[in-house]
Design a protein around this ligand. Structure first.
Ligand code: ZN
Length: 129
């Protein structure tokens, strides 16, 4: 049996970073880049990119808006600069009962949100500008 190397080479680091950024899990990344999950995890923790942060509430609103419109989530992903995987896992974790269909008090747009709110995401953004 070949033991996996624990020392990550520069090339492996780069590869692991690309794979994680592409939305692969740490174990998939470990398998492909040939390093142990523990090493990938340790390295990843130290090099965590911004996109691994929790979704902002604004991002969630736009994801829900696109969902209502039937927009392909890969387009949502490109527009919000979030990995498709992140959007999918958010949608999977969503409790449908918590989603409320609402009408914007400003532009009359129909939108979805987890909380009751008066304004649609677009008007919220416009107001913050
Ligand atoms: Zn609005």
């Amino acid at each position: 049996m070949i033991k996996k190397r624990n020392v990550i080479s520069h090339q492996q680091k780069k590869l692991a970073g690309v794979l994680v950024a592409a939305g692969l899990t740490l174990s998939q990344t470990a398998e492909i880049s040939g390093v142990s999950v523990r090493s990938v995890k340790r390295w990843y923790k130290a090099h965590k990119p911004n996109r691994s942060k929790k979704l902002k509430s604004m991002d969630k609103l736009f994801i829900l808006f696109d969902l209502l419109k039937g927009t392909d989530f890969t387009k949502t992903s490109a527009r919000l600069n979030l990995s498709p995987r992140k959007i999918l896992s958010y949608l999977q974790d969503l409790n449908q009962k918590d989603i409320k269909i609402q009408k914007c008090a400003n532009c009359q747009n129909i939108f979805l949100a987890e909380e009751i709110q008066r304004l649609c995401p677009f008007c919220l953004v416009a107001r913050k500008l």
